[in-house]
Structure formats: structure tokens, C-alpha cells
Design a protein around this ligand. Sequence first.
Ligand code: ZN
Length: 344
Amino acid sequence: MRVVATERPSPSHASGVGPSLSRNAGEGLYFAECPILPIESDPRSDDLVQPFQIDPFALRGRLVRLGPTVDRILSQHDYPEPVAAILGEAIVLAVLLAGALKYDGIFTLQTKSDGPVRLIVADVSTEGAVRGYAQYDRDRLDQVSAQAGSSPSVPELIGSGYIAFTVDQGEHTERYQGIVELIGATLAECAQHYFRQSEQIQAGIKLSVARSGDNGAWRGGGLMLQRVPPEGGYTVIADDVEDGWRRAMVLMSSATPAELVDPELSPHRLLFRLFHDEGVRVYPTHPIEARCRCSSERIGRILRSFPADDIEELRKDKVISVTCEFCNTRYEFAGEDFAPLASA
Ligand SMILES: [Zn+2]
């Protein structure tokens, strides 16, 4: 079967004549089975957010696919496997959630807790630059791995604590923060709990992170569906809307963890496989890349804001070295004015 992206067929040309990849402003693209253009014409299938919508139930969704981006971030650190995997999930989740927001700045996901992995941070800029890191306790992690095996649950790995979502749009703007207790066996469940509690919107989330290929590169994938009542109300009756939501959730949960990260399964093809009966419309994708925002200027500025005594504690052989926790880049500074020496 070949599949194409085409404009929504109207009744007058429902025979599928004239499919194209062009789109009307704000109208998105519709999938339809049609034998003319192969769907693989989408040139980018990794490191992106693919927004979509399922009509007529006004369900908005996003599919996230991360290849080199998540591999690069996780490879910058030498984390034990379960820590890398949970950080990878947090990165996919951050990209999924950031894609739902209109903001100009930085979206940050953070967990803080009493388990072996005590801190996870992942942030996403409006331009799609992503970074992340985790802090963990090796001994406690080894204990958990011995008991829980290769995929420990959130309570085992992260423990009790909270998950916070922050939008920072720079100086002179109000910072938005949502925060909720970590409740759920997986990060996806914790995020769904957040939406129920804090935002009172229904959302379904699926996350998957795995190593793939001969080189064992990390890949990540995620799906999120949320219910957004359309302006002017639904065009179908309430029972149908409920049924549509339930059905879409069942279809979404039928996506396997392997499908979410499969490099051979393009984003369009995966969405078509899941939702073709409902009519899924895709919008232009947003690119994502691994990029840290650290620089010697930035770290020098932070150092200059520290009390002198703290700085002297950092000084070793007249050199202060600072390693960026996000990307592991080391910066060295000398003298009283923190002249940058080098970054290694
Ligand atoms: Zn950095």
C-alpha cells in the first residue's frame, strides 16, 4: 500500500484526483489513500515535532521523533543505562509539551525527588534547541537495578518528589510554573497526572526510548493527544465526541514502543497507521536539535556573581575550572577577572 499526504478531499473531488503536498494556510494536510505521491516525500523523519489533528473530534496531537538529537545528549554523559533511558524519556516529554505551548524563550521540565535519580532537567528553546542532564546516586541505583531489572518504574528509579514545568520568556516577563507530585509508574503517567490536576485538560501521552542499529545509537519517540474544544463548539454531538476521544486513546495506545522509535517507520506512516480511519491532518514539522546554551562569557558572568570566598574554593593551581552539567564542556578561567583560558 502506498500512502500520500494530500489536501482534504472535498465531496466534489472525493475520487482523489490532484493530490498534492501543497497546503492552504492553517488548513494542514490530510492523509488519504491515493496511488500517486509516496508519503516518504517528507525529507526529514528524525529530530522533529510533527503536529497533527484528528477531526471531527478536535483532538490535537504531536508526534516527536528524536534520532541524533537524543543520542548526542545522552552520549555527552557516561550515565548508567537506566539513567540515560529515563533522561531520554524526559527529553522526549519536554519536546512534546513544549510543542503544545506558544512561548518565546525556554521551556524546562524538571524532576526533584528522593530516589536514586534525584534530579532530571530537560529544556527546549523556542528555536528547538534541546539539552538535558540527570543527577543520581550510583550505589542506590545499583541496588534498584539488582531488584527491578532493566526497566525500573518511576517510584523505584526517581522515588517521591515533584515534576515541574517552567516557561521562562526572559527578563521583565512573568515566569510560568506548573508543579505537581510525581504520581505514576512512568514519566508519561506522571505528565498525564499533571494535566488532570493542574490544567484540567485531558491528555494522553506515550514515550519510548531505546538503542537501535549496529552502533546502539539512542532513539526517542513520543505521542501526545489532547482534547481542545474547538472555537464555536463541536460539529458533532457530545456522545460522539466522548467516543472519539476514547477511540483515539485506544488507537494511540496501540502504538508499540518499537514503532515510536523505528527509523524505518516515517512519522506520516506511523500516524496513518494509527489514525487513518478517523482522518488525520498533519501540519508543518518543527525541527529539533541538541544544542547547549553555555559559553565562556555566560559562565564567566555567573562566576563574577559568586561571593569571593566561594570562588577561592573553586580555584586550583590559580585556575578555576567549571564543567557545564548539560553538555559536559569544561571551561577554565584564570586571574581575578576570570579571563577565559580554554574550553575542553
Ligand atoms: Zn553546556
